[in-house]
Ligand binder design. Structure first.
Ligand SMILES: [Fe+2]
Length: 434
């Protein structure tokens, strides 16, 4: 597929998803704030259009603004999510009209693009960046749907409930250097660049993400009541926020747990990866299990390193883009699949479901790679480096394939759990295990 066809496909898919997440709600639901952690959906909608206008219409296209009077309202750095409902936002009809007008101009810009010249235009980078941006907001909007109360509005077929047995529980990743990050992937973002060599000592990583069943064992063993399992900060947060279970879990008081999934109560599936846990909960589970969270470099080596060739793949299964058989991505289902459901997406060493299903917390803070250059602007990544964040990897069922790669880095505050976050554990290995 040529660059033009690829851009057309990813922009069209992004807009279909945005429409699917916003057309199903009436105006009052679109302007409401469903959680102080989230924007009103109508803000996300017009912000998607505004970023597209700034980068594709005005910068790449050099066209007249569609609306220059609203840039400030939709600048994510000017207004906190909490404050956005009180802004004089476009109403839903105006926002829909705006994003359509911007998209019409963007198609026009695409028609005359050569994908050569400035770095922003090389290989259609700006178009790829805008498609990723819209899909990232589509995942954020999906998280808003999960927080919303009221009658369910989203429907999807259930995620796969049957997986192959994964007999090896832990996989040894031998010591050595591997190539981390991306230099040649044309749509990789600035924080994924440049590719560089990293030495990783040998370690063992869980073959599958931690499941609801395992997590329940941790809870039944007093996991939420034992400070020694938690970091000092984690325990303080567990007490202050009164954490007792993953977010959206509900107990019947007699030992059975349910999960509210986009407004629908569902029994917990023991073989599904746990989702909606914060970094501190993941850390406590890992200590309970005699393990730790993987570093970001360990996660990426487990996902990309091919022991036969010594090179790093784009994805665990190879260099080809994800499809329905390799990973649970793209909001095809409204939840993670059971472990073992994607054997053809496993890494060469046999680590399953690194991509898709749930974002995986790592122990690493968000920092630049050696040789990092901010592109196309500092606010994309640079201003977040060194902040109170932990890196998450691999994408979730809510992440579109265009916004997910073996090198893709996500980051969030360690207390956040409205995101589709889970984890897997790792551990150091002793000499005789190597
Ligand atoms: Fe944004």
């Amino acid at each position: 597929m040529g660059t033009r066809e690829k851009v057309e496909a990813v922009l069209t898919r992004a807009r279909r998803r945005t429409a699917g997440l916003t057309d199903c709600l009436d105006d009052s639901d679109l302007v409401a704030q469903h959680s102080p952690l989230m924007s009103p959906l109508v803000w996300d909608l017009a912000h998607i259009g505004n970023q597209e206008e700034l980068w594709l219409v005005r910068d790449v296209g050099g066209r007249e603004p569609v609306r220059s009077d609203i840039d400030e309202l939709y600048d994510a750095f000017k207004h906190s999510r909490r404050s956005r409902p009180s802004l004089p936002l476009l109403n839903p009809a105006e926002a829909r009209h705006y994003v359509r007008a911007v998209r019409d101009k963007a198609w026009d810009v695409l028609d005359s693009s050569t994908f050569r010249g400035r770095p922003l235009e090389e290989h259609g980078f700006a178009f790829g960046m805008i498609a990723q941006h819209e899909q990232q907001h589509a995942e954020t909007m999906l998280a808003t749907h999960q927080l919303r109360s009221g009658a369910p509005v989203l429907t999807a077929e259930p995620a796969p409930r049957v997986g192959v047995p994964v007999t090896e529980k832990e996989i040894i990743i031998p010591a050595g250097t591997f190539t981390m990050g991306a230099s040649d992937d044309p749509w990789a973002l600035d924080n994924e660049r440049p590719a560089h060599s990293v030495y990783v000592p040998s370690f063992e990583i869980d073959a599958v993400p931690v499941t609801n069943g395992r997590y329940l064992e941790f809870m039944d063993d007093g996991g939420y009541c034992r400070p020694e399992l938690w970091s000092e900060r984690g325990w303080a947060h567990r007490c202050e926020a009164a954490l007792e279970a993953p977010q959206f879990w509900e107990s019947d008081g007699r030992g059975a747990w349910w999960r509210r999934v986009f407004g629908v109560p569902e029994p917990l599936h023991p073989q599904e990866p746990v989702v909606h846990v914060c970094f501190f909960e993941a850390e406590a589970f890992a200590r309970w299990d005699g393990k730790r969270l993987p570093t970001e470099a360990e996660w990426e080596k487990a996902a990309r390193w091919d022991p036969t060739t010594g090179r790093s793949r784009r994805f665990p299964w190879g260099d080809s883009d994800p499809d329905d058989s390799s990973a649970n991505l793209g909001q095809r289902f409204l939840g993670p699949a059971v472990v073992g459901a994607y054997p053809s997406g496993a890494s060469p060493l046999g680590v399953h479901q690194l991509v898709g299903d749930v974002w995986e917390w790592t122990s690493s803070p968000f920092e630049p790679y050696p040789g990092f250059t901010a592109f196309p602007y500092r606010e994309y990544s640079e201003v977040f480096y060194g902040g109170d964040y932990r890196v998450l990897r691999g994408g979730s069922f809510g992440t579109d394939p265009v916004a997910c790669r073996g090198t893709f880095r996500n980051w969030d505050h360690p207390i956040r759990r409205q995101i589709f976050s889970g984890f897997r554990c790792a551990r150091d290995i002793s000499g005789d295990e190597r």
